[in-house]
Structures are given as C-alpha cells and as structure tokens.
Write a protein that binds this ligand. Structure first.
Ligand code: URP
Ligand code: ZN
Ligand code: ZN
Length: 482
C-alpha cells in the first residue's frame, strides 16, 4: 500500500504492549503496522518512542472562572501549548452561566474554538444552573457528541446534592460521565472567614482555608450520590490521601467511580504558597497544594491503579491585574484567581518522574495520559491507541533529551515547574497524520484542529452498585431508573 506518511524505526508503545514497528498512515489514519514500510513522506524515529498522542481532559481554555475571570489562554495559545507538551487532542470546559441555555453555552464555546485550535478538541459541559428546563435539554447535548459534564460542590457555581443526583441519572441513561470538583463549600467558607477575621490574609493562608477534610468529606458524599444513582463519576483533581483511598475503595467495590490527580499535587507543596511577597499567588489552586507525604501517597495510588488519568487542570491566569490580581494586589487570598498553568508540562513531568524513575511503566504512562481518557470520554478506539484504523494521533518522544524548562508556549507569564530537570521530551506531535509540532517548531495552523464528536463512557470491568433500595427485585417492584 502507498502511504501518505510513514514513521520508521521507532519503538511503539500502547497501554499494554511495547514493540518495534513502522507505522503507515493514509488519509489521517493508521493503516499499516509492519516492517520496511514506504511512504511519500517519512519520519525517522530511530532511537525514539512512538506513543499515542496525549489527550488532556482537564484544562480551562477561553473560559470564565467561577470568579468570572477569563483565562489567559484561548484555543490558539492553549492548543499550541498542549501540542508542545505532547498532546494531540484536548477537552476543555464549556461553562454554563447562570440563566444560560445549554444550546447557547455550546454555541459560545464553538465560536471560541472553531477557527483557533491546532489540535482536535471537544468540551465537557459545566452545569451551574440546574433547573427543569436544563435537565430536559440535557439529552439533546448527547446528540452533539458532548458526553461529559462537570459540576462543582463549592464556589458560587455549586449545585446541591439533589441537582447532582438528577445530572448523574441523566448522564448514566445516555452513557455519559459526570465529573465533580469535590470540596465541602461550608467548611471552606467557615475556615476562610475565621482566617480573614483574624487578619490572616496572605496567599499562603489559601492552604489552611481548604483543609484536606473538606475534600475528603465531599468526595465521600459524591461517591455516595454516584452509588445511589448507579452512575459513572470522575472525581477530578484528587489531592488528599483520604480522597484517593475513598476512590480506591469504591472502585474495589465495583462502583462506577474514577479518579484523576494532577502534577501540581505530585511536584509542588503548600510551602510554595509561602514564597516571598505575592509570589505565593502563583501557586494558588483549588484544591490547594498539600505536603510531601501526600505526594508519596498519591504516587502510590498512581502506581497501583486508583487513578485512571493524570491531568494538568491547566487554569492559566497571568501574574498581574488581568489574572491572578483581577481584584487588586491588596486583596486577601480569597480573591486571587484559582489555578495555575501546566498543560505543556503534564506529560514531560510524568514521563521524567514516572517512567524514567521507575514508578510507572511506559505502558501505564500511555494509559494514564491517553488511552484511559479516550475510553472514559468516548473517543476510543479512534483516539488513545496506535491500532490500525485509529486516527494517526501520535507523539514521538526522545527518551534521552534532557531539558530545564522555563518558558512555555501558553499565554501566562510564569511556569510553576520552572527549573526542574526533565528527562525525555515529545519532539514531534501528529494529529490525524499532520504535523502539529516538529523539532521545536509549530507546523499546524489555527483551525486545523477539529471538533470531536464523542460517544459513551467505557465502564468495562466495573459492575456498578445496584442498591437494595433502587433494585426493583428487592424494592417491591419500584422502577426508579431506566
Ligand atoms: O484552582 C483551580 N483548579 N482552578 C480551576 C477550576 C477548577 O476548580 O478546576
Ligand atoms: Zn475544580
Ligand atoms: Zn479545573
């Protein structure tokens, strides 16, 4: 067969196997895995690793935060930064505003993304205003290929438990996945008020204002709600040993519960919030950074399979009055924008500290960074694998390249992971067979990335949690769920 492009001589890794082969690409898809393949264009990948392109499924792009602050990145800069970090696809959020219809929310984000992204994209729909009409409209969203929703248990955008149950139930009926930011809002407010009433206003007090218990309580509650609805739930940015333990236990029981953690909880600590002056503001994110003991426990939960994905939670705000200090430089920690950049650092950090240091296998790295996301968010087997027929979404890594990264390609003005030595780097990224970045250069143009219509969440291997009270066989015949 005549190929448009051949990747020769590389070592391929999927989420389960590592082997040497050439890849033949035609019309944007992988059509041949073999030896001595020929193509019109050839990439020599000798000495390199050829992996499915990363899929970033937790990032905030061209989105107003819960405090109404617009992210520094739009779909152009955000997707470029993602691509330089080894990603060929990303799924940012489309956030519903109070009073806004779901259709209108998606239209707004379509306009923000359409002509800008250099890699393929979709959105998770953030639901903040949940009423009868919105719940009625929700099934229609699946027809557009949006099959994941995010809800908050804190911030002004939070929903109550009853609304949460309604969303879980509709998502489950249509094969969708609900994601949750789990922190107990009243515990946070109570702690923050006690701190500020006593004059503790500096950025570093962001950490004690959001105790681990607040996350643990909310995660346990969210899991209970998911069990009651017998619906799939992704707990995003788990930052505590207790939270991870709850995810682990629920998964052991067979519940449709999944967990995500992020590099900031593995590589940074609350001590970073105590940097001089206002520097600590760069490290304000929620849940907050914890400590080095937590880091080790979270790594164990990565190695042993508690977490299905490691995502960046890229929430980019500049270290100035357009971002972090939108409410001024004199305001207390509560008014500083929450979140930090890192979409470009996620995969290099995880490769360097995970694969190179022997904490996870190369195949597990592929699973955590691409394959599991593709399965859970309805893109498998088109994306997340190097199988024949899949999109040629590929990242070629030089496992021996060492970098000390400072500047990234996003629109912020700092890198929270600056100065770290990183071993291994993605040198070429392809999206549907076209080069997005190659040897440090951007090749793709804004608009080359296309919207991905997604399918159902893959629940393989989990039995769910049918409760006595919701099972018609043991509930006097009452049918509560379709
Ligand atoms: O602090 C963070 N993580 N900001 C982004 C929004 C969120 O909660 O994920
Ligand atoms: Zn969140
Ligand atoms: Zn987030």
């Amino acid at each position: 067969m005549k190929h448009d492009l051949v990747i020769n001589g590389g070592t391929l890794a999927s989420s389960s196997e590592t082997f040497k082969a050439d890849i033949g690409i035609k019309n944007g898809r992988i059509v041949t895995l073999g030896e001595d393949l020929k193509g019109e264009d050839v990439i020599d990948a000798s000495g390199k690793l050829v992996l499915p392109g990363g899929i970033e499924t937790h990032c905030h792009i061209a989105q107003e935060s819960a405090m109404s602050i617009m992210t520094a990145d739009d779909y152009e800069t955000g997707s470029i930064s993602a691509a330089f970090g080894g990603n060929s696809c990303f799924v940012p959020f489309a956030a519903q505003r109070k009073g806004q219809s779901l259709r209108d929310t998606l239209n707004v984000y379509d306009a923000r993304a359409k002509t800008k992204s250099v890699i393929d994209y979709s959105y998770h729909l953030i639901l903040t205003d949940v009423n009868k009409k919105v719940l009625n409209d929700l099934p229609e969203v699946f027809d557009f290929g949006i099959t994941s929703f995010k809800v908050f248990m804190t911030y002004a955008t939070r929903i109550n438990d009853s609304q949460f149950l309604d969303i879980l139930t509709i998502a489950r009926e249509h094969g969708g996945l609900t994601m949750v930011h789990a922190e107990n809002h009243d515990m946070l407010t109570w702690m923050a008020n006690r701190l500020t009433d006593s004059g503790y206003l500096d950025p570093k007090y962001h950490a004690p204002s959001r105790p681990a218990l607040a996350e643990e309580e909310a995660i346990n509650r969210a899991i209970s709600l998911a069990k009651l609805a017998n619906a799939p739930l992704m707990i995003v940015h788990v930052s505590t040993p207790g939270g991870a333990e709850s995810v682990r236990k629920a998964r052991f029981q067979g519940a449709y519960v999944f967990g995500e953690t992020c590099p900031q909880y593995l590589f940074l600590t609350r001590e970073d919030l105590n940097r001089p002056g206002l520097e600590g503001a760069k490290y304000i994110c929620s849940p907050p950074l914890r400590d080095s003991v937590t880091q080790e426990v979270l790594w164990k939960h990565i190695s042993n399979g508690t977490f299905s994905v490691v995502s960046s939670d890229h929430a980019p705000y500049r270290f100035d009055e357009t971002g972090k200090f939108s409410s001024g430089t004199n305001s207390d920690f509560r008014k500083i924008a929450n979140g930090m950049p890192g979409i470009e650092m996620r995969l290099p950090l995880m490769f360097s500290e995970g694969v190179k240091k022997g904490r996870i296998s190369l195949n597990h790295f592929v699973a955590l960074s691409s394959t599991n996301a593709a399965r859970l968010y309805g893109m498998f087997p088109k994306k997340g694998t190097l199988a024949i027929g899949a999109n040629a979404d590929i990242a070629i890594w030089d496992p021996d390249e060492t970098r000390h990264v400072s500047e990234m390609h996003d629109a912020t003005d700092y890198n929270p992971f600056e100065g770290r030595e990183i071993n291994g780097w993605p040198v070429t990224v392809l999206s549907k067979g076209r080069k997005v970045v190659d040897q440090g250069k951007l090749i793709a143009k804004p608009g080359d990335g296309k919207f991905v219509k997604r399918g159902r969440c893959d629940l393989t291997g989990l039995s769910g949690s049918r409760l006595i009270e919701t099972d018609p066989d043991t509930n006097f015949g009452a049918e509560l769920f379709k």
